[in-house]
Structure formats: structure tokens, C-alpha cells
Design a protein around this ligand. Structure first.
Ligand SMILES: Cc1cc2nc3c(=O)[nH]c(=O)nc-3n(C[C@H](O)[C@H](O)[C@H](O)COP(=O)(O)O)c2cc1C
Length: 174
């Protein structure tokens, strides 16, 4: 699948088949994250791959909107050393998008579990604390995103409703 097709075909997939994701596939995904851009070339991101059922199930309890991790065959915690870069959060997001598009290109399904909530530091700390405990993440690292993946267990063709393109895109001036 070429890059444009992977971008347009990407969907949130939240139910996965029971076959495992191979180590080779996970390494290809990590290579896609490794090649993501980084503000000021600081490269603060760190990644934790989880395939153990027990840990995946516990990640699915981080908050009420990520129970689908309980059927995921792998998870990737996108973490960062915030002290290394003012762009740590942006770097995590672009790395996550690389992972999501690469997973789509490889025929895998993926979804995003939000750990970081910009308007709620208490809830962020609670979710992050949970993730931190599940994967023994060092205190120095933030963990804004958990991605879950596997073979899709269903077919999604419809896009989620977006605002009309003409309301969102502007040419020359707003
Ligand atoms: C920043 C961000 C946070 C998200 N958090 C969650 C989440 O916690 N749980 C979840 O099920 N989906 C989450 N999603 C997935 C969105 O709900 C999804 O991308 C959106 O509905 C569009 O659907 P699509 O991904 O199929 O295009 C998140 C996506 C983004 C970009």
C-alpha cells in the first residue's frame, strides 16, 4: 500500500483477532516510529512494546475509553523524556501517527488510547500513573499515548463524520 492509500485507509480499529503480531512486524513498526521527525532534533521519545496478555489487559483499565486494549495483540506506549525537549508531546504525536499509518500499510488495525488530557492534569496523572505501573516506566518519562494493535476483527469502510471540508480548509486567507 502506498503512503497516500495508507493515510486515507487508516481507521481506529478496536476489536482484534486472536492471532499474535510477530516480532518482525513489531520491529518494522518501531522502525517507522524511529524515522519520525523530532523538534530541534532532540529525539526525546521512548517506546515500550507490550505483548503479554496480562499487561495488555491492565493497560485496558487505564481509563473508560480503552477497554478495546483487552483484545489487542500488542500495545505500544509512546513515551518521552520531557526534560529533553520542549516539543516532547508533538514528537510523541508524530511518532504515533507514523506507527498508525505504517500499521495500516501492513494490514494491521490500530487504535489510540489517550493518556494525556491537556485540560485535566489530575486525570492525566491518574492515567499516566496506571500505565507507568504496568510497564515499570521510569519517573523521568511522560507517557501521553498508548496504541493498541492486531489483526482487525471487523471491516470499517465508513469514515467517522468530519466537519465539511470547505469549513476547515482555507486558501490564501481565512
Ligand atoms: C489525540 C487522540 C486521542 C484519542 N483517544 C482515544 C481514546 O482514548 N480512546 C479511543 O477509543 N479512541 C481514541 N482516539 C481515536 C479517535 O476517537 C478517532 O481517531 C476518531 O474518532 C476518528 O476516527 P478514525 O481514527 O477511525 O479516523 C483518539 C484519537 C486521537 C487523535
Amino acid at each position: 500500500m502506498d503512503a497516500m492509500a495508507a493515510i486515507h485507509n487508516r481507521r481506529s480499529i478496536k476489536q482484534f483477532a486472536s492471532n499474535p503480531v510477530s516480532r518482525e512486524t513489531l520491529e518494522k513498526l518501531l522502525a517507522a516510529a524511529y524515522d519520525a521527525p523530532s523538534g530541534a532534533s532532540n529525539y526525546p521519545c521512548r517506546f515500550v512494546v507490550v505483548t503479554e496478555r496480562d499487561r495488555l489487559d491492565r493497560l485496558g483499565e487505564a481509563h473508560p475509553h480503552c477497554g478495546w486494549l483487552k483484545t489487542a495483540q500488542a500495545g505500544i506506549i509512546v513515551a518521552a523524556d520531557a526534560g529533553k525537549s520542549r516539543y516532547w508531546l508533538e514528537d510523541c504525536c508524530v511518532a504515533a501517527q507514523n506507527l498508525w499509518v505504517a500499521a495500516t500499510a501492513m494490514g494491521l488495525g490500530m487504535a489510540w488510547s489517550a493518556i494525556y488530557l491537556s485540560d485535566n492534569p489530575e486525570e492525566t496523572a491518574k492515567r499516566e500513573g496506571h500505565v507507568r505501573q504496568v510497564v515499570a516506566l521510569p519517573d523521568a518519562l511522560r507517557a501521553p499515548i498508548v496504541l493498541g494493535l492486531g489483526t482487525p476483527d471487523y471491516q470499517v469502510s465508513e469514515r467517522t463524520k468530519r466537519p465539511p471540508m470547505a469549513d476547515v480548509m482555507h486558501w490564501g486567507k481565512y
